[in-house]
Design a protein. Structure first.
Length: 200
């Protein structure tokens, strides 16, 4: 036992595990959960992924460098991306959500990074503000993102329960992709309009 541990024991404090992340503020998470209602239309309400968006549950991108998620939120994403060993390429990709405030972007990303089996540090509004200059640039591609460490050192293993849940749409016929995108786009537009209406 180290001297630091002895002192902490005497003071009645316990040392936190080295790999644990502090729990995000409950009010901040509530804001993030509300903002996620829009995201859930494509990514699934439990982050499991749908025919219109890849899974967020257990995603190496979600648990990876935070600047990736902030930039995707501000600029959108298009083209092929590999998530948990499976390649996705959705027509039109993800549209930018730059209409959200820095606090809303930080809150929704914090919610996603601490939900659905993910365990990554919170995102601060200041981190979003630092990348706000990205707004208006073309949609990102996966090649422009920072590759998560887990993808650099990934090895093949048995699929987990989260992987099986997120792949439930993997065998869906891709020929019906366009109509689903139209429906998802209309739904997303309606939700954005409703959010804007209730904010007034």
């Amino acid at each position: 036992m180290s001297i630091t541990n002895i002192i902490l024991s005497i003071d009645g404090a316990e040392e936190a595990p080295a790999n644990s992340n502090p729990a995000p503020d409950a009010d901040f998470i509530k804001i993030g959960k509300q903002q996620y209602m829009v995201c859930g239309a494509c990514h699934g309400q439990r982050g499991e992924g749908t025919a219109a968006g890849p899974p967020l549950a257990g995603s190496e991108w979600v648990n990876g460098p935070v600047e990736n998620l902030i930039n995707i939120q501000l600029r959108g994403l298009i083209g092929r991306i590999k998530v948990k060993g499976q390649e996705y390429d959705f027509p039109g990709g993800m549209q930018p959500m730059a209409y959200q405030t820095d606090e809303q972007v930080a809150a929704v990303l914090t919610y996603v990074r601490s939900s659905f089996g993910n365990d990554a540090p919170s995102v601060s509004p200041e981190a979003v503000a630092a990348l706000r200059s990205e707004v208006g640039k073309p949609q990102l591609t996966a090649d422009e993102l920072v590759t998560p460490e887990s993808m650099k050192t990934s090895t093949t293993s048995e699929p987990s329960e989260t992987d099986q849940l997120s792949n439930k749409y993997a065998d869906m016929d891709s020929s019906i992709g366009a109509p689903i995108w139209i429906v998802a786009g209309i739904l997303l537009f309606a939700v954005v309009c409703l959010v804007g209406f209730f904010k007034k």
